[in-house]
Design a protein around this ligand. Structure first.
Ligand code: TEU
Length: 570
């Protein structure tokens, strides 16, 4: 590609439909709700809308367990309504990206129903079926074919009594893994993808797509992993994260689906555990695999020894080291995605900012400035543009997410203290991101006229879109300015990145350079005023964007609490 691709100056907005807006009063968000709020997205200035799954699903993992890839679940609407939404998105000059979940299907998908129906069914090999471990009986503890621990607790193998064989599920037992070694599976996926692109969608976000290649031996065996402390299981990730054929499978997909279509498409692979080195290969345009990846290093920096639900404070120098490596690693080839929030992560203003009434707006706009001024494509998750907070959960009965509920059960069964477990869920649970979007200060925040499937955050009377849209000092207005900056200042999208002050624990600073234009980004990621040394020649430079009203303090290196500034000189 000679000229930079269009998506290198784009911003993507993620809609998690069940929590976005409900148009029929059943308390669950739907396509009609998305249609009713498209002007909010157009006003924000985003270029692409990524829609989390709306396909038919038993909703065991909120739609990431799909039972029909080519229809719309009635709870969200119909295919006709989808076509209406797609047309409305295009009419506003935006693009629509679907969520592609093909590492696994629902156990209620016809493919799996056929596959499990008998050991000699033609689709038996579309999934991973294995007999009990050598010399053990079906159902005997430890008889699972490997010792792998599921992302949703417990083993990754479920016994099918009828056949006495186990099937693999890295996630819930209602999410059996497809066997990508089988070319029939790959062909069926490609056909489905082409069906959506022919319908007019503009690309895909590919769910855990780096897990579809497993390290399977010629005899069909899969390797155990090292023991996971505190569980009877092991860590199988070495056998399924970026497995041996992953580049082959993604290139084959690219040739079967994207090649030959016009360049309006965008693909992003969600890749837990991916390294910079892997990402250079996945996103190198010459290799024709994917355009960019979601990496997980920065959202693992606050995981303690006990993992995600054993959180510890983020150290800013760890963040700089990680983001700095990703900026440097993809500077000459490939492309970064940039995100804080999504439907799996807690709200960034509560996690890495300060969500107190005094600093919520200031810290949310500081963190947004930090992220959006990096080189890469920014992703804004619904409510992040409003500075929405984590929810004040009090007891386990308020949680809905299978990951949290299973973790709570497994941890308590292993003797953990419930208050400690709840503290981890309160800080890091995925339900924090799934409370309804807060449109206004009325009951249920204008999300529904019914009873919301998950309670609305009580702070919606102060934190809501209606209160922010015309307030130039709001988190919404700041996101609109950041997005406009990416569209208007070439250095923001394409400038070279240089990290400054790598060892400073309060200030995150860097420059972006394109031709003779230079930007200096200064972010005080703390509640204490601070002064730092910046390179010579910035005194008196133009202020492109700031998050604190009024002139900046004396020196260009002086920063007020949670202050972020972007200076420009040329
Ligand atoms: O998430 C992939 C994934 O690894 C997450 O489960 C993440 O690691 C975890 O939630 C944080 O600890 C994708 C989807 O985004 C997620 O919603 C699904 O639950 C999962 O895949 C299975 O489809």
């Amino acid at each position: 590609r000679t000229d930079p691709a269009w998506w290198t100056t784009a911003v993507v907005y993620q809609v998690y439909p069940r929590s976005f807006a409900d148009s029929d009063g059943d308390g669950i968000g739907d396509l009609g709700g998305v249609l009713q709020h498209l002007d909010h997205l157009a006003d924000l200035g985003v270029d692409v809308v990524w829609l989390s799954p709306v396909y038919p699903s038993p909703q065991d993992d909120n739609g990431y367990d799909i039972s029909d890839y080519q229809d719309i679940d009635p709870v969200f609407g119909t295919l006709e309504q989808f076509d209406e939404l797609l047309a409305a998105v295009h009419a506003r000059g935006m693009k629509l990206v679907m969520d592609l979940v093909v590492n696994h299907t629902s156990d209620e998908h016809p493919w799996f129903l056929e596959s499990r129906s008998s050991t000699d069914n033609p689709k038996r090999d579309w999934y991973w079926w294995r007999p009990p471990r050598e010399g053990m009986a079906p159902g005997q503890p430890g008889a699972e074919p490997t010792n792998w621990h599921s992302f949703f607790s417990g083993p990754t193998w479920e016994l099918d009594e009828a056949s006495g064989e186990y099937y693999l599920h890295l996630f819930s037992r209602k999410q059996p893994d497809l066997n990508w070694e089988n070319p029939e599976v790959r062909r069926a996926v490609h056909e489905m993808m082409n069906w959506w692109l022919d319908r007019g969608v503009d690309g895909f976000r590919m769910d855990v797509v780096n897990m579809v290649s497993k390290d399977v031996a010629a005899d069909g065996s899969l390797p155990d992993g090292p023991p996971l402390p505190g569980t009877p299981w092991g860590d199988g990730s070495a056998a399924y994260i970026c497995g041996p054929r992953i580049h082959e499978f993604l290139h084959e997909m690219h040739e079967a689906v994207f090649a030959g279509r016009d360049a309006r498409l965008i693909t992003v692979g969600e890749m837990p555990g991916v390294t910079v080195e892997d990402a250079r290969l996945f996103t190198d345009p010459a290799r024709a695999e994917v355009d960019m990846v979601f990496q997980f290093e920065h959202v693992g920096l606050d995981h303690g020894p006990g993992g995600k639900f054993d959180p510890r404070p983020l150290r800013l120098t760890d963040l700089k080291a990680s983001f700095g490596r990703w900026q440097a690693g993809l500077a000459d080839v490939g492309w970064n995605s940039l995100y804080w929030d999504n439907h799996d992560q807690p709200r960034v203003v509560s996690r890495f900012g300060d969500d107190s009434p005094r600093w919520r707006v200031r810290s949310a706009t500081c963190l947004a400035t930090l992220l959006h001024l990096h080189r890469g494509t920014p992703y804004v998750y619904q409510g992040e543009e409003l500075g929405m907070r984590n929810f004040p959960f009090t007891h386990i009965g308020e949680f809905r997410d299978i990951e949290s509920l299973n973790h709570h059960a497994q941890a308590l069964a292993a003797g953990a203290d419930e208050e400690t477990v709840l503290a981890g869920l309160r800080a890091m649970g995925r339900d924090n991101a799934r409370t309804p979007v807060q449109w206004d200060g009325t009951e249920h925040a204008g999300f529904t006229t019914g009873t919301p499937w998950l309670p609305v955050n009580p702070d919606h009377r102060e934190v809501n879109a209606a209160a922010q849209r015309d307030d130039p000092g709001s988190v919404f207005a700041h996101h609109r300015r950041l997005i406009a900056l990416r569209h208007e200042v070439p250095a923001v999208a394409h400038g070279d990145f240089t990290m400054l002050l790598p060892d400073h624990e309060q200030v995150y600073a860097f420059t972006r350079t394109l031709g003779d234009v230079e930007l200096l980004v200064l972010c005080n990621v703390s509640g204490e005023p601070v002064a730092v040394d910046v390179p010579d020649g910035w005194a008196g430079s133009g202020l492109l964007l700031g998050n604190v009203p009024g002139d900046p303090p004396g020196g260009v290196g002086e920063l007020r609490a949670w202050e972020a500034r972007v200076h420009e000189r040329s």
